[in-house]
Design a protein around this ligand. Structure first.
Ligand code: DGL
Length: 259
């Protein structure tokens, strides 16, 4: 039994899509969310740089009492997860990987698309996952250009978002894909726009949020660190950006949970 918080980290607001699943699945767990905000987006940065940010972020979450850390960012996972796990070998650290496996298992057309940041798509980790599960399946790799910036600006339901989503999704529609995997935690915030462009075509949009929450639940049991059944959870927020960003982050989190 352990009532300390679970730390959740992302380059910005995207990890809130994972935070939401954790909050829904594990209502007794306290959560402490660190949205970098200052160095976002990570997608075009080098592995070394992202590892440095992730290292500092996990240090900070541990200093704040986190019993476990969820790297709610595909990009930081591909860059730094091995480093983080080696450094904090006593603490469970959960990373985010695009849901390539379920898409490959369920495709009937033999073709899927994975949307992620440029860094994630060219990473070794992505290559490994794609090779492991995608035998006989064609995987189209697509960067969600501008998606992260739009979500950070809170502009998901604006003409700017509609245009950016159309630009990325429309060229995929006649490629014979039947799954679009959202391989960046910012992208689920654009899901309704993406689904609007897909219309009534047989293309399923999937992300990893729920699977990660199940994995966290399993690890809490395994390490015997789940919160007590009568624990009243707390929700805290941290950032490397300014107070306005922190207020924005808190507001988004409350909005998400209000829905
Ligand atoms: N949310 C992040 C991800 O899952 C990264 C976005 C970015 O900072 O470029 O990949």
């Amino acid at each position: 039994m352990n009532n300390s918080p679970i730390g959740v980290y992302d380059s910005g607001l995207g990890g809130l899509s994972v935070w939401r699943e954790l909050r829904l699945r594990l209502p007794r767990e306290s959560l402490i969310y660190l949205g970098d905000g200052k160095n976002c987006p990570y997608g075009g940065r080098s592995r070394e740089e992202i590892t440095r940010f992730a290292d500092a972020a996990v240090e900070r979450l541990v200093a704040a009492g986190a019993k476990m850390v969820v790297v709610g960012c595909n990009t930081a996972t591909t860059a730094a997860i091995d480093y983080l796990r080696a450094k904090w070998s006593d603490m469970p650290i959960v990373g985010l990987e695009p849901a390539v496996k379920p898409a490959c298992l369920n495709t009937t057309t033999g073709r899927i698309a994975v949307l992620a940041t440029a860094h994630s798509l060219r990473s070794e980790m992505f290559l490994r996952t794609a090779t492991r599960y995608a035998e006989g399946v064609e995987v189209l790799k697509v960067v969600g250009e501008e998606f992260v910036e739009i979500v950070e600006a809170g502009e998901e339901h604006t003409p700017r978002a509609q245009m950016a989503v159309r630009r990325v999704i429309e060229p995929l529609l006649d490629k014979g894909i039947d799954h679009i995997v959202l391989g960046c935690t910012h992208y689920p915030f654009l899901r309704s726009e993406i689904e609007r462009v897909i219309g009534d075509r047989e293309i399923k949009v999937i992300d990893s949020g729920e699977a990660v929450a199940r994995r966290v639940e399993w690890l809490l049991e395994r390490y015997d660190i789940a919160a007590a059944g009568d624990h009243t959870p707390t929700y805290d927020y941290m950032t490397y950006a300014d107070d306005a960003y922190l207020a924005h982050l808190r507001h988004r989190a409350e909005q998400i949970i209000g829905k």
